[in-house]
Design a binder for this molecule. Structure first.
Ligand code: KIV
Length: 290
């Protein structure tokens, strides 16, 4: 469907926002899924460090390395050549210094062909955003529930519930916008807080993950949408189909068919011409008699 789609660019995203058309954004970590998302018309893809949990089986995102991210982001880019692909900066790839942040952001662009990067954190991370943007790399901020700081935030729970904490998130959003972030992801904050930040954004696109409809675009975690992450399903996620269940049923059938000699059937393998087979038997017999 989107074979003829033009490359999704920053001006395209801002145009959609100006026209009031919400932007679609999903996580993705591999080539075949990227291909499907591209064909479905998904506009933005986040190669999230959530891959540490969804793809690599860690309990958190913290062990994910830049090399992990580059490997997955490159595969996604190959599968989705026109989507706007965002590389998610993993734990400690940007926190220590502006220099490290710029170097690693540059790797996403040069090695994986990403269009932008995303990093977590509020005003304290504004200098990192500024340095990355000054290096010519589009940057997205991430506020609210920021999984790399889940421990400090008290777990995976709604953020900015009180007026004071909500005000802090509004101030953080402003600091990131002023530092040059072209977009901010608000994860798991109240819908009215998301609405205020969206209305106050001047030159910055606001995306919602579990933060309600009043944003320029929506993000979902692909694995949550299709029942592909066995450990938990966040309440905010909408399940569009239970692919995990279908795959599990298929796997059980495979095991049963192998045991019952139903698989493979003739259409699943290849034969050999009688004359070649006879000749082969003869060759083997001659060899055995030598
Ligand atoms: O890594 C990721 O997928 C993310 C989302 C949770 C927003 O950062």
């Amino acid at each position: 469907m989107s074979e003829t789609r033009k490359k999704i660019t920053l001006p395209y995203l801002f145009k959609k926002a100006a026209e009031g058309e919400p932007i679609s954004w999903l996580t993705c970590y591999d080539y075949p899924t990227a291909y499907l998302q591209e064909q479905a018309g998904v506009e933005m893809i986040l190669v999230g460090d959530s891959l540490g949990m969804t793809m690599l089986g860690y309990d958190s995102t913290l062990p994910v390395t830049m090399n992990d991210m580059i490997r997955h982001a490159s595969a996604v880019r190959r599968g989705a050549p026109t989507a706007f692909v965002v590389g998610d900066m993993p734990y400690m790839s940007y926190q220590p210094s502006n220099e490290l942040a710029v170097q690693n952001a540059g790797r996403f662009m040069a090695e994986a062909g990403c269009d932008a990067i995303k990093l977590e954190g509020g005003a304290a991370m504004a200098p990192r955003i500024k340095a990355i943007v000054e290096a010519g790399i589009p940057a997205i901020g991430h506020l609210g529930l920021t999984p790399q700081s889940a421990s400090a935030l008290g777990g995976f729970r709604l953020q900015g519930k009180s007026a004071a904490l909500a005000k802090k998130i509004i101030d953080d959003a402003k600091a990131l916008e002023e530092a040059g972030a072209f977009a901010i992801l608000l994860e798991l904050v109240p819908d009215r807080l998301c609405q205020i930040i969206t209305e106050r954004a001047e030159n910055c696109l606001i995306f919602s993950l579990g933060s309600g409809p009043h944003a320029h675009g929506q993000l979902l975690i692909y694995h949550d949408m299709f029942g592909l992450y066995p450990k938990f399903k966040p309440r905010m996620a909408k399940v569009y189909g239970n692919a995990g269940e279908i795959i599990q049923q298929g796997l059980a059938s495979y095991v049963e068919e192998v045991k019952g000699r139903v698989f493979p059937a003739p259409e699943n393998y290849f034969g050999m011409k009688d004359e070649e087979y006879e000749q082969l038997l003869q060759l083997l017999e001659e060899e055995d008699n030598d």
